[in-house]
Design a protein around this ligand. Structure first.
Ligand SMILES: [Zn+2]
Length: 93
């Protein structure tokens, strides 16, 4: 037995039937400082990050194999947080 903790972060659930189809845009890069509030486990090919900047929120998706970064339309932090959790639970993608 070891006390090595589990370093995995949260994993996204597979998309559910009828899940919300989000629109993913090219990154705007409109502010230099983006704070990552939470993110999904980096062991997966695709990671999702809940981001906040300038009082707004959005979700960023990074495909590390394709080196492809996309983000949803910027919204309130509350809405972005809700969408992030919907992605986590397979309710949106
Ligand atoms: Zn993992």
């Amino acid at each position: 037995m070891t006390d090595i903790p589990d370093f995995h972060g949260p994993h996204v659930d597979p998309p559910l039937p009828g899940h919300i189809k989000l629109t993913w845009y090219e990154p705007t890069g409109r502010v230099p400082r983006v704070r990552v509030v939470s993110h999904t486990c980096e062991c997966r090919e695709t990671t999702y990050e809940l981001c906040a900047a300038a009082g707004r929120g959005f979700v960023r998706r990074t495909d590390r194999v394709e080196e492809n970064v996309r983000e949803i339309a910027w919204t309130s932090i509350a809405t972005a947080t809700r969408i992030f959790h919907q992605i986590m639970h397979g309710e949106a993608r």
